[in-house]
Design a protein around this ligand. Structure first.
Ligand code: AMP
Length: 301
């Protein structure tokens, strides 16, 4: 076989090789190498147990930059007492395969001891946009999120980082942190990926029994109802909420924690809604806590 054909064959069958590391020095050596090669780097922070929502973030990261770094770390700092830290689903081998197949360049999965060595105690404190909603029902949650994201931003120094609209209050706070702490990183928010019936994908959906999964549809159903109300001309928060509430009452057995109708920048309640208003909802189905949201004029997307 002529040499040039052999070379082409080798090139076409060459598999993408993903780096996997648990170690900071190895991560940083790799990053330094990519930087000196002039690569733009995108970061996707996750807690692992990948689903199509994570993969959509990875795809967006790939569109944004030449190299994609994914972190997988179940961050104890963002779980409150009595939350599901110990049961949080994990499957490292499946995640590794999914990430590699999706073209991730480096998967960083540090241990708790590496991220929080004994004696580490300085945290990032969210402002007013983190006080309500998730901030009320999960005290300390955003402090944990912002602290780990800040650490990851320092370790990876990404040009761009991708977050999901699924956790819209979190994405808003990360944007604000980047602005307030003068970070030179673009924050890209990726629309929520849903099951065909509307349920937002979440690693926690694995906790749901078949009947709970049906009840969980009340959340996206209520948001779809809010969008219908908007399309029919409703322009008051009270009217939107009332439509959602009557849907939820009809579904039943969903313990709603909040329905937030807020402005997208500060997460403060609004009385009159416009096309950028965010409608967010949180509730419990059995022992599982679920959240979802829409931008009012866009609906479930
Ligand atoms: P997690 O692993 O749950 O901490 O999520 C990691 C990232 O994936 C966060 O930025 C989430 O907002 C995002 N994410 C989670 N679920 C979805 C979804 N269904 N669609 C889009 N992004 C998501």
């Amino acid at each position: 076989m002529p040499a040039d054909i052999r070379m082409r064959n080798t090139a076409s069958t060459k598999r993408h090789v993903m780096h996997v590391t648990t170690q900071v020095p190895e991560l940083q050596t790799w990053i330094a190498g990519r930087r000196s090669a002039g690569d733009r780097i995108a970061l996707v922070p996750t807690m692992g147990y990948f689903h199509d929502g994570h993969l959509a973030l990875i795809d967006e990261a790939r569109r944004q930059a030449g190299k994609v770094v994914v972190s997988s770390f179940v961050n104890p700092l963002q779980f409150g007492p009595g939350e599901d830290l110990d049961q949080y689903p994990r499957d490292d081998e499946r995640d590794r395969q999914l990430a590699e197949d999706r073209g991730v360049d480096l998967l960083f999965r540090p241990s708790v001891a590496i991220m929080y060595p004994p004696g580490s105690e300085i945290h990032v404190v969210p402002g007013a946009a983190g006080a309500d909603w998730e901030g009320t029902f999960r005290p300390g949650h955003f402090e944990g999120v912002l602290t780990v994201v800040a650490k990851l931003f320092h370790l990876v120094a990404p040009d761009v980082a991708c977050f999901g609209q699924k956790d819209i209050q979190q994405a808003t706070l990360v944007r604000q942190m980047v602005r307030d702490l003068d970070w030179n990183v673009d924050i890209v928010v990726v629309p929520t990926v849903r099951e065909p019936d509307g349920l937002a994908l979440s690693s926690r959906n694995v906790y749901l029994s078949e009947s709970e999964r049906r009840q969980a549809l009340g959340l996206s159903g209520a948001l779809a109802e809010a969008h219908r109300a908007w399309r029919a001309g409703e322009r008051t928060a009270a009217g939107v909420k009332a439509r959602m509430q009557s849907h939820l009452d009809a579904v039943g057995r969903l313990e709603i924690e909040y329905i937030a109708v807020v402005d997208p920048a500060r997460f403060q309640p609004v009385a009159a809604v416009d096309d950028e208003t965010v409608v967010a909802v949180a509730g419990r189905v059995g022992r599982t806590r679920l959240i979802d949201n829409i931008v009012l004029s866009r609906g479930l997307g």
